[in-house]
Ligand binder design. Structure first.
Ligand code: ATP
Ligand code: MG
Length: 265
């Protein structure tokens, strides 16, 4: 082989190694504004392939803003967001959705006049619907309640059922990275358990990478490999789920008296 050929091989190997070491999602120095008011102030965080990473924080901390900024609406005013090695900071939302990211936004946002089945079809259309049958099967396996109600209008489903549908719809696009904004909000403990079990299963069985925004800090930190704490648009703490659960400041601010934080829970 020629020297030039060897050099090409070396370069290719380096590029592959860099890609392998790089996180799937990297948010670097991101600031987002609503008018002149900053909602995110230089946020840095990463999500590695195969990880569950959670972002916890109080009401108004900027969690949903970060999710939406990753999806390009609103766009970051400064900083960069890279996904699978590609700079997506300035891409429009529809282009980002084609790259293998899917989100279940806060407040469910299902199409209320469409049936459950049609909502799932909408999710599948993002990947061309090529694997519709097995994907539908899998979503119905994760959320049997949806299977029973495929013909029901989404707007008449209960809150918990709509949340399952919003997650199911996101899954129908076979995302490589799933963003979930408060999947447990307002749900009964048993439904919350079902949703968290489904998230764990997607990660363990399918190796899906998940970025989870949660007020339910106890359950989210128990589930996640790593977590970040967002305060007033800034990341103030990060660590493994266990480290954050054991941290006195996290306990005082987000766990004591909170959901499921009873001793021994
Ligand atoms: N469209 C908007 N226009 C102006 N300000 C906004 C807009 N959306 C959010 N904000 C403000 O940005 C800040 C961050 O809001 P965001 O919804 O990101 O918080 P959050 O952490 O998701 O809160 P929650 O836990 O209540 O969902 C808040 O002060 C909020 O009032
Ligand atoms: Mg929010």
């Amino acid at each position: 082989m020629s020297v030039a050929g060897i050099n090409v091989l070396v370069e290719e190997t380096r590029a592959r190694q860099a890609a392998a070491g790089a996180p799937l999602l990297a948010v670097s120095g991101v600031s987002t504004y609503y008018g002149s008011v900053a909602a995110l102030r230089g946020v840095d965080l990463t999500v590695g392939e195969g990880e569950i990473v959670t972002l916890i924080g109080a009401n108004g901390a900027g969690k949903s803003t970060l999710m939406m900024t990753i999806f390009g609406a609103p766009q970051a005013r400064s900083g960069t967001i890279t996904y699978a090695g590609q700079d997506i900071t300035r891409l429009p939302t529809h282009a980002i959705a084609r790259l293998g990211l899917a989100q279940s936004p806060e407040g469910r946002r299902v199409f209320p006049r469409m049936s459950v089945f049609e909502n799932l079809q909408m999710g599948a259309s993002l990947n061309g619907g090529r694997t519709f049958a097995p994907d539908l099967e899998r979503v119905c396996g994760l959320f049997p309640r949806l299977k029973e109600r495929l013909q029901q209008r989404a707007g008449t489903m209960s809150g918990g059922e709509q949340q399952m549908l919003a997650i199911g719809r996101a899954l129908m696009s076979r995302p490589r990275l799933l963003l979930l904004d408060e999947p447990s909000l307002g749900l009964a403990p048993l439904v919350v358990k079902g949703i968290f079990d489904a998230i764990r299963d997607l990660n363990r069985t399918d190796g899906m990478t998940i970025f989870l925004v949660e007020q339910n800090a106890y359950h989210a930190l128990k589930l996640a490999h790593r977590g970040y704490v967002l305060v007033n648009g800034r990341v103030t703490m990060s660590g493994t789920g266990r480290q954050l659960l054991d941290d006195p400041a996290v306990k005082a601010a987000y766990l004591e008296g909170g959901h499921g934080a009873a001793p021994g829970a």
